[in-house]
Design a protein around this ligand. Structure first.
Ligand SMILES: Nc1ncnc2c1ncn2[C@@H]1O[C@H](COP(=O)(O)OP(=O)(O)O)[C@@H](O)[C@H]1O
Ligand SMILES: [Mg+2]
Length: 379
């Protein structure tokens, strides 16, 4: 696959992560076939070919298997059977087995705990009987998270008491199977982004510091303003997770930090991550280029940070009064605007992001806060 001419890569899922992967792959000379049922898929704009079909469509999967040298995914909910079908025909990276663990919170949390990684207190609730038992195990306040298909805080319910938890179950029986986690007193949230090649080589980007709003990532600061020792510990845990999974591709691990630098692993994403978007503008090698490299068996690129950065997500809410005043961003010479080409700016929907560079993480953060205010975003 070192001959880049006419080599075709396959992508399951055509959202913004897929769009940025496709852009990187095409920049490097690859053709990209995207499978996504959405006719307005953001990735399709950049793709060589868009297979507009369900993720388990046999004809589309066959076309992909025939035309692609290797296949990757941009979301964790690609059907296991589709990934396994493709994996019998060509390299699929990351492997379906790793994606399967990450796509189910019960398997994911249990994997972390069984492998000795630090996780916060949680209990598994597969059915109503187990749910009731779990309520005795967990301290409150707690958070109930559906095991599958939750993202951006969706499928999550915060509850103060076991009674409230039972009321949630009565109103939303489809939350099961679920995990129930004790709410951890967060001092900070950080994420570790890494790429691991088929040869076991690992490249770590600087740790990112993340701020959420209503369960959705709002802002990322890189490098995280944390002690060296904490950064090293988080990097080591994420690397070990990748090694235990024999992971090939880009992996993100989200952590909670409490008290005096106690670390809990929250969840992992078997793909590039929203908190790694800053790598597009601030690092020698972006997370999307690295995804291409790991997929194609190329050596890893240098993940080094060229300048500190802050990234702000632009949600559909910002379009309430029409097109946002982008001049504010274009007037800042160290800012970069990224829009995903999505048609309907629904509230909470990720429409784009901007990254701004600074001489320090704190200066980048200050600029980002100034720009978000200029766009009329609430602080
Ligand atoms: N156990 C917890 N304690 C404290 N805050 C939490 C807990 N679980 C989730 N949160 C908050 O909700 C956010 C989203 O939860 P997460 O498990 O990462 O789900 P998602 O898949 O939606 O990102 C977290 O980044 C964090 O801010
Ligand atoms: Mg998360």
């Amino acid at each position: 696959m070192s001959d880049m001419q006419h080599t075709t890569l396959g992508l399951l899922g055509g959202g913004q992560l897929g769009r940025m992967f496709t852009s990187a792959a095409r920049t490097m000379g690859y053709d990209v076939v995207v499978l996504d049922p959405d006719p307005t898929s953001p990735a399709a704009h950049f793709a060589t070919r868009h297979l507009c079909a369900p993720f388990d469509d046999p004809a589309a999967l066959e076309t992909m298997a025939q035309s692609c040298a290797a296949v990757t995914t941009e979301f964790e909910n690609a059907p296991a059977a589709s990934l396994e079908f493709l994996a019998r025909r060509c390299p699929v990276r990351p492997a379906p087995s790793a994606v399967a663990i990450a796509q189910n919170r019960i398997q994911e949390k249990t994997f972390f705990r069984d492998q000795g990684f630090p996780v916060g207190p949680f209990a598994v609730a597969r059915d109503p009987a187990e749910f009731r038992l779990a309520l005795a195990d967990v301290k409150f306040p707690a958070i109930i998270k559906t095991a599958r298909f939750g993202y951006d805080g969706k499928g999550q319910y915060r509850v103060q008491t076991p009674q409230e938890a039972l009321a949630v179950l009565a109103d939303h029986p489809q939350v099961l199977p679920a995990v129930i986690e004790t709410l951890v007193p967060l001092r900070l949230e950080i994420s570790v982004l890494l790429a691991r090649g088929a040869d076991g080589q690992v490249a770590l980007w600087p740790i990112a510091e993340n701020r959420h709003r209503d369960g959705i990532l709002d802002l990322t600061i890189a490098p995280a303003r944390i002690r060296e020792e904490l950064a090293a510990r988080a990097g080591k845990i994420a690397t070990e997770i990748a090694e235990r999974l024999d992971y090939v591709g880009v992996l993100a691990v989200e952590f909670f930090v409490t008290g005096i630098d106690t670390l809990f692993v929250n969840e992992m994403a078997p793909r590039p991550h929203n908190s790694g978007h800053y790598t597009l503008d601030a690092c020698v090698t972006s997370q999307f280029e690295q995804q291409v490299r790991t997929l194609c068996g190329l050596p890893l690129g240098n993940p080094e940070l060229l300048r500190p950065a802050a990234m702000v997500n632009l949600l559909g809410d910002l379009w309430a009064n029409g097109t946002p005043p982008w001049e504010a961003i274009f007037q800042e010479p160290d800012a970069k605007l990224h829009l995903y080409g999505k048609q309907a700016p629904r509230p909470g929907r990720k429409m784009g992001h901007f990254t701004v560079l600074g001489n320090s993480a704190s200066e980048a953060l200050e600029k980002a806060l100034r720009l978000r205010a200029a766009l009329g975003m609430p602080d």
